[in-house]
Design a protein around this ligand. Structure first.
Ligand SMILES: Cc1cc2nc3c(=O)[nH]c(=O)nc-3n(C[C@H](O)[C@H](O)[C@H](O)COP(=O)(O)OP(=O)(O)OC[C@H]3O[C@@H](n4cnc5c(N)ncnc54)[C@H](O)[C@@H]3O)c2cc1C
Length: 394
């Protein structure tokens, strides 16, 4: 038996023994996600146990270095873990902006003290992070940001406003882009800092979304004192960190193109449309559309895996995250259009869903944001044109 085969066998046995049965059922809604954090209330004992066991092994972040509490797995082993988890239907033990975005940036740009302070708490789900990038006049044109951090010798004094800050009202800490030099060219006066959302002078105001939920906020900073040690990387060089973090965010959002656990669209459609005499979906047009999305989903799985392998081998184009972000978020939007079409009248239930898929219209409307968050589809296409295709005038 090769080392990888032995690892697969052990991993499967470990997951079967340690993943509680409740954590192997598909989630009915996003309310069942585990986000962790100082004020996190576990939905069940099973959710708590599952997070603790996975964090203990460092498997909330299988490929991060063991010295900070990560799993230290090779890319091959991490893929095996991922495949075994998905074949057993194991839920993600922890979803976190710390894992998807800040952690990779800290591993590359943080100093040793910052890594030792923040990475273990991210891995164990003890601190929940939010992202302070967008401002009322700085979205696609992020380098226009105006939130300022003044040097007050032993600390920075932060004043300004962020917007669309996802879960700012629930987060414990923020990673934040601030302007530290107003006289420099736009991209060269930005710094990347971290601070506690409980600091004096931080306030949040939730914004209601089209889906009826309020996952994000306006975030205000009034004379917030931030210790100097919370600057990541070099002063005024935060743009490099911001861009690096965005490549991870975009790859993560692109991952929404992967079909989540749950019933395939074809089965949902079979419940409402029925089958013909050959046992095929009775509506041939819907059948064709489902086949098209299913094939695109499969191709996307391979594209994502290949991109991950190339990145790990240091051969990836950083701009490829824009391809994944664009395609994955558009694919997720197509999938939800189809789920709505396939679900019949049950799919329209807003308050008390009858469908086994939960409140579909809310999820469907939420997908509209996929092609905006982390940079819009138009912006991703601009990046692809300029940095991958090298089109003239792009
Ligand atoms: C669900 C969701 C969660 C989010 N979470 C966060 C968060 O946690 N933290 C955070 O900082 N931000 C967050 N955002 C904000 C997000 O990053 C911005 O909405 C996004 O970058 C677009 O900026 P904008 O809304 O200002 O739109 P604008 O930049 O004003 O764009 C408006 C329209 O113009 C188009 N456009 C703009 N520039 C160009 C161009 N050069 N070429 C072609 N078309 C262009 C855009 O594609 C878009 O259609 C979130 C957004 C959403 C929807």
């Amino acid at each position: 038996m090769t080392e990888l085969e032995a690892f697969r066998k052990d991993t499967r046995a470990w997951l079967e023994k340690n993943c509680p049965p409740e954590m192997r059922k598909p989630m009915q809604s996003e309310e069942e996600i585990c986000w962790g954090g100082r004020n996190w209330k576990f939905h069940s004992d099973a959710q708590r146990v599952w997070l603790e066991r996975m964090a203990e092994k460092g498997w909330t972040v299988p490929e991060w270095p063991q010295e900070y509490g990560g799993g230290g797995l090779s890319r091959e082993k991490a893929k095996i873990l991922q495949k075994e988890m998905s074949s057993l239907g194991c839920r993600s033990p922890l979803d976190s902006f710390g894992i998807w975005m800040l952690g990779p940036a800290l591993l590359k740009y943080g100093n040793e003290e910052q890594k030792r302070e923040h990475l273990p708490k991210i891995i164990r789900g003890e601190i929940r992070w939010c992202q302070g990038y967008s401002e009322p006049n700085a979205g696609s044109d992020l380098a226009s940001l105006q939130t300022k951090a003044e040097d007050k010798s032993d600390h920075y004094l932060v004043n300004g406003q962020k917007i669309w800050t996802s879960y700012a009202d629930k987060a414990d800490w923020i990673f934040c882009l601030v302007r530290t030099d107003f006289s420099a060219p736009r991209h060269e006066g930005i710094s990347f800092i971290l601070f506690d959302m409980a600091s004096k002078g931080v306030s949040t105001k939730p914004i209601l979304l089209i889906s009826g939920k309020s996952p994000f906020c306006e975030t205000f900073f009034t004379d917030v004192k931030v210790p100097k040690k919370n600057l990541v990387g070099t002063l005024n060089k935060g743009w490099d960190i911001a861009k690096y973090l965005l490549t991870h965010e975009r790859t993560m959002i692109g991952g929404m193109g992967l079909r989540a656990a749950g019933r395939p669209v074809s089965q949902i459609a079979a419940d409402t449309v029925g089958l013909d005499e050959k046992g095929m979906l009775a509506d041939p047009i819907l059948r064709g559309k489902i086949a098209e999305v299913s094939i695109d989903e499969m191709a996307f799985v391979f594209a994502l895996e290949r991109a991950g392998d190339l990145a790990k081998a240091g051969q990836g184009n950083p701009a490829f995250s824009s391809v994944l972000k664009y395609y994955g978020s558009e694919l997720n939007k197509r999938r939800y259009e189809l789920l709505m079409a396939a679900g019949g009248s049950d799919a329209l239930e807003w308050e008390s869903p009858r469908s086994k898929e939960g409140a579909l219209p809310r999820s469907w409307l939420r997908t509209k944001g996929n092609s905006i968050e982390g940079g819009t589809s138009e912006v991703q296409l601009n990046i692809v044109a300029k940095r991958i295709l090298g089109l003239p005038g792009a």
